[in-house]
Design a protein around this ligand. Structure first.
Ligand code: CP
Ligand code: NVA
Length: 309
């Protein structure tokens, strides 16, 4: 049994194995209907409990489809429906119960400590479905999408992130170390990655380049990523923060600086950090990106259940 909590804690070879498995499985499913299981039903009868302390559309539906296509099923809970959420039960007892009834647990939380606490007490695999500090399932799936579209290993590409230094960027930074790709970041000074992240990067002998000018960050990029300026956990003056990011809004002109065939990716939901003409434009692959979460999460589940081929 394995957990999937943070990209930085998973070995490079396991991350690559997950992507290879996802590629094969996606290919084999071409003629199957949405709810038809993969041949062999590798997770037959298994139940994934997923709990959301925060809103989710994609993560919820893609995990539902992922385990269903592997022969299992999900139970989706909101924390406020549980004794835990009402303050009447401990994480330790809740984890014991989840481990008694379920086979795996996916948690979207507003508190990183909860991931650690659940990990301590669960005896079933735990998956981080977004926390304030990371969004690993999203980013591993995004690596898959980049390689699928570009038909090249991501290590040969220049990746650019324009936006906030948030959970998704933290996971992308961790991925840049594991998959050895060039990463440039465009963000206002005040919202640059923090010391802890930068120290981890240098400890791992990697470099990320931070610009406070979006055009410089986008120079020669093969992929431009973005995300909302205001994340679910952001307790900031929203109006002021949006104003501080005004210069970083992604407009068509940014693609004058990137490589010609540069693609645009965004994990969704979107705010006004990107122009409609880009989001729905020819460089954008956001819908394919969202769909691929199903495929990659299937292989993440198999990794957690010790069933990866
Ligand atoms: N990208 C993503 O995680 O979307 P949801 O918040 O809708 O799950
Ligand atoms: N950074 C965003 C990602 C949403 C999928 C958030 O945390 O709200």
């Amino acid at each position: 049994m394995k957990n999937f909590l943070n990209i930085k804690d998973i070995s490079k070879s396991d991350l690559k194995k997950i992507l290879i498995d996802a590629k094969q499985r996606k290919k084999l499913r071409k003629k199957l209907n949405t709810l038809e299981p993969d041949k062999g039903l590798p997770l037959k009868g298994k139940m994934l409990v997923q709990m959301f302390e925060k809103a989710s559309s994609r993560t919820r539906i893609s995990f539902y489809l992922a385990i269903k296509q592997l022969g299992g099923g999900t139970l989706t809970l909101r924390s406020n429906e549980l004794h835990l959420g009402q303050g009447g039960e401990t994480i330790a007892d809740t984890a014991k119960i989840l481990s008694t009834y379920g086979d795996g647990f996916m948690l979207r939380t507003d508190d990183d400590r909860k991931i650690e606490d659940f990990q301590k007490h669960l005896t079933i695999p735990l998956i981080n479905g977004l926390s304030p500090s990371s969004h690993p399932t999203q980013v591993l799936s995004d690596i898959f999408t980049v390689e699928e579209i570009k038909k090249r290993p991501i290590s040969k590409l220049k990746i650019c992130w324009i936006g906030d230094s948030n959970n998704v960027l933290n996971s992308l930074i961790a991925a840049s170390v594991k998959f050895s790709f060039r990463l440039s970041i465009g963000c206002p000074k005040k919202f640059a990655p923090g010391k802890k992240v930068k120290n981890w990067v240098s400890k791992n002998k990697k470099k990320i380049v931070i610009y406070h000018d979006p055009k410089k960050a986008a120079m020669d990029a093969d992929v431009v990523f973005s995300d909302k300026v205001i994340s679910l956990n952001d307790k900031v003056n929203k109006k002021r923060k949006k104003q501080q990011f005004k210069k970083f809004k992604i407009k068509k002109e940014i693609f004058k600086y990137t490589k010609k065939d540069c693609i645009f990716l965004h994990c969704l939901p979107r705010g006004d950090e990107v122009e409609e003409s880009v989001f729905l434009g020819k460089n954008s692959h956001v819908w394919q990106q969202a769909l691929n979460r199903v495929h990659v999460q299937k292989s993440i589940l198999l990794y957690c259940f010790g069933k990866l081929r």
